[in-house]
Design a protein around this ligand. Sequence first.
Ligand SMILES: NC(=O)c1ccc[n+]([C@@H]2O[C@H](COP(=O)([O-])OP(=O)(O)OC[C@H]3O[C@@H](n4cnc5c(N)ncnc54)[C@H](OP(=O)(O)O)[C@@H]3O)[C@@H](O)[C@H]2O)c1
Length: 295
Amino acid sequence: MGRGDADPRGRGDSLIPGPAALSAAAAAAAAAALLAALLLLWLEDAGPGAGSSMAKTEALPKLREDFRMQNKSVFILGASGETGRVLLKEILEQNLFSKITLIGRRKLTFDEEAYKNVNQEVVDFEKLDDYASAFQGHDVGFCCLGTTRKKAGAEGFVRVDRDYVLKSAELAKAGGCKHFNLLSSKGADKSSNFLYLQVKGEVEARVEELQFERYSVFRPGVLLCDRQESRPSEWLVRKFFGSLPESWAHGYSVPVATVVRAMLNNAVNPSGKKKELLDNNAIHDLGKADDSLKP
Ligand SMILES: NC(=O)c1ccc[n+]([C@@H]2O[C@H](COP(=O)([O-])OP(=O)(O)OC[C@H]3O[C@@H](n4cnc5c(N)ncnc54)[C@H](OP(=O)(O)O)[C@@H]3O)[C@@H](O)[C@H]2O)c1
């Protein structure tokens, strides 16, 4: 302010705020930041695909019936994992496909009669091009493949969660697959600084470039299940979410059974959209649309 300028507050007070004013300003800034963070979280969870809706509940039996009549063929990658095996079980119970093929690195054994017509293709994921025939002739594909950095190291994680998934998607597309379903993760972001989220975001984007007729991406939060394999840190996180009120845990975690129901309820429902992105809330919403599976 120049010498002759009027004091804007007209009382000759210093323009430098005192400590009280500063702490009030800091508190207001913190409150605004908190509000903005909450708003961002809410916006993230209400993203595309959210609210796919319970309104479809009554239509589901009819949608399933229509879907069965089309005698479609399906493949599952990762059917030995927590999500994949529940998915397989539910596909069999709903009798949705005329042919089911599991593509994996080892042959799985099933005792139940219901699994007797399930085909299995054992492949070497390091030489997937040699197994192109395993990916041929499926209408729909579900990819529930994945590992952890702890288990496979950073390089091994990228190999499985990006390279194996992408190569499988390429072969599936070449083999005629029309609807590819990718189990990704909440927070997937190809520009993330976190390897896990970056790889998930990158693989989502690269599979999209393959231009499937229909491409559905599922981004669940922490998967709630009684995991067969011991993963202490994941167990702790699950316990934490299990102890929270349901409405709080809802945004950040989801039972595997709900993810599976959401995947199937979505698949039987014809969509005009080329790409669908179902976030954790949308998965809860669509996965709750009937009660055929206990969470
Ligand atoms: N855990 C969570 O809270 C969480 C949250 C959000 C998203 N996700 C994502 O959801 C997906 C499924 O998770 P999940 O917990 O159901 O998976 P999971 O139980 O760990 O099962 C992973 C599947 O991938 C296969 N696999 C792992 N390493 C492999 C390798 N080197 N070569 C070939 N196959 C391999 C496994 O086969 P084998 O049985 O032969 O090992 C298994 O079928 C993953 O992509 C994961 O990142 C997980």
